[in-house]
Design a protein around this ligand. Structure first.
Ligand SMILES: CC(C)(COP(=O)(O)OP(=O)(O)OC[C@H]1O[C@@H](n2cnc3c(N)ncnc32)[C@H](O)[C@@H]1OP(=O)(O)O)[C@@H](O)C(=O)NCCC(=O)NCCS
Length: 142
């Protein structure tokens, strides 16, 4: 099931997974996995049958026709099982319901094939995170 975290424990696990996958491997401090404006964005967690969070993603509004997907992460032992795809499809469906026509994202180089498989097109290299992780701007018209 995919839904927003609700209880304090679920929120803790949601941010912990983000931290473990997207920040800890680069020695980044706890707290670096969150932005100051988390409350204004939409949050998606993939729950297994035991209600454990196995994957996360955030959907941000950019303008009336555009959303941006950020902080996509799937637990290391659970990658390659369709969880990332399920999260992306859910965020695309929610975007469609909002009347959105375009989704943008900044993909890490290692995740480019994943997003390409889901129909995202490469626009241009964007920023370098932590001085080493090259990102690429991508988009999909929905
Ligand atoms: C990238 C990530 C979110 C993908 O989620 P996932 O659950 O592992 O991916 P899925 O199992 O849903 O894969 C969907 C499709 O993409 C393919 N795919 C996924 N990752 C891939 C990769 N690195 N290279 C090539 N193909 C890949 C899968 O084979 C699958 O194809 P199929 O449907 O034809 O079998 C996840 O692996 C992850 O968290 N990685 C580490 C953190 C990260 O890089 N996050 C993205 C930051 S931009």
């Amino acid at each position: 099931m995919i839904r927003s975290p609700q209880t304090p424990r679920e929120w803790e696990h949601y941010y912990q997974l983000r931290y473990d996958i997207l920040r800890a491997p680069w020695g980044q401090p706890i707290g670096s996995e969150q932005t100051a404006d988390e409350k204004v964005h939409q949050h998606f967690s993939y729950f297994d049958n035991s209600n454990q969070i196995l994957g996360v993603g955030r959907l941000d509004s950019v303008d009336s026709q555009t959303t941006q997907i950020r902080f996509m992460a799937v637990a290391e032992q659970q990658q390659g099982k369709g969880i990332g795809r399920a999260l992306m499809e859910e965020m695309e469906n929610v975007s469609k319901e909002m009347g959105i026509q375009k989704i943008v994202l900044h993909a890490r180089a290692i995740a480019l094939p994943f997003y390409e498989k889901l129909g995202y097109q490469l626009d241009a290299p964007s920023h370098l995170l932590f001085g080493e992780i090259q990102h690429f701007l991508m988009h999909k018209l929905i």
